[in-house]
Ligand binder design. Sequence first.
Ligand SMILES: C[S@@+](CC[C@H](N)C(=O)[O-])C[C@H]1O[C@@H](n2cnc3c(N)ncnc32)[C@H](O)[C@@H]1O
Length: 315
Amino acid sequence: MGRKKPLRDGRPPAKHKESRFKKTCKSLETFTSEVHEALDASIQEDGKAEGSEAKVKFPCPLAMWDLGHCDPKRCTGRKLVRKDLVRTLRINQRFNGLVLSPMGTLYVSPADKQIVADSGVAVIDCSWAKLDDTPFAKMRGGHPRLLPYLIAANPVNYGRPCKLSCVEAFAATFCIVGFPELATILLRKFKWGKVFLELNKGLLEKYSKCQDVEEVKKIESDFLAGAHDEETEDFDPFDVESGREFSNPNRVIASKGMTCEDDDGTEEDEEDDDDDDSNDATDKQENRSEEESEEEAAAASKPVVWKGVKKKLRD
Ligand SMILES: C[S@@+](CC[C@H](N)C(=O)[O-])C[C@H]1O[C@@H](n2cnc3c(N)ncnc32)[C@H](O)[C@@H]1O
């Protein structure tokens, strides 16, 4: 009694079917506390011996379609897959969260916060040099997005606008929607990761304070119209209060000494900088002296750049 009859074709009745697909949306409050727990676990991982590390439970799904264009040892997306932070999707498999794509037209904005918390973020791991051969139409999702103007800090495309690696694209999205801690968890897997935040600090902060896409567009167009020059002029490299402890005034954006000839992760100098699961592999991306590299490596091992995030955790 009271049981609904199956449909004529044997399928369960509609109510049952609906409940199978019912999605549980987390409140942003719950999500935010999971974000903090994840960052805490990620920081604690550092002190533990290799192999004994507790797995960081990332609070939302991260996924990637792997087109197999890049050298798996050098690709940032593949590295996140090896770290169990990102899962791979089959071509034609749909993803319900934000899909970051060079073919997107709508910008990521803080208005995407709930979508990210509920359904996560996906990237398309293809080569920048092979966009024409990439079947973007087969990698579908409800929310395709483009990132607003930001500068890459990865060794392959260092200094280039918009051509971000997978990890940078994930991180930028988390910063813009208001979960910078999640950006930190991902970027700290890469020695150069904090440089991405340094290079883009001002813009990321401004984008994250926007209400919607229109405001993000306005920030970007104002920046491109000259705000960048002003900011550069105002920056005093000797101002210890500037908050830019890690910026290297000798490191000119897109300088000749940098190895950014190749876009697709195949150049010799590119590296999977910590394939051995540590955070301190040799940085070969530039023609810098050993001393400089050592100084930078020493600086990199101090968690100063994450200070703000840690403070937030403590508060
Ligand atoms: C083209 S692949 C290159 C991957 C690179 N080989 C690596 O090691 O990570 C980078 C992916 O990140 C995302 N992405 C990067 N920059 C982006 C942008 N400006 N807007 C939207 N998505 C972007 C896209 O999913 C893009 O396909």
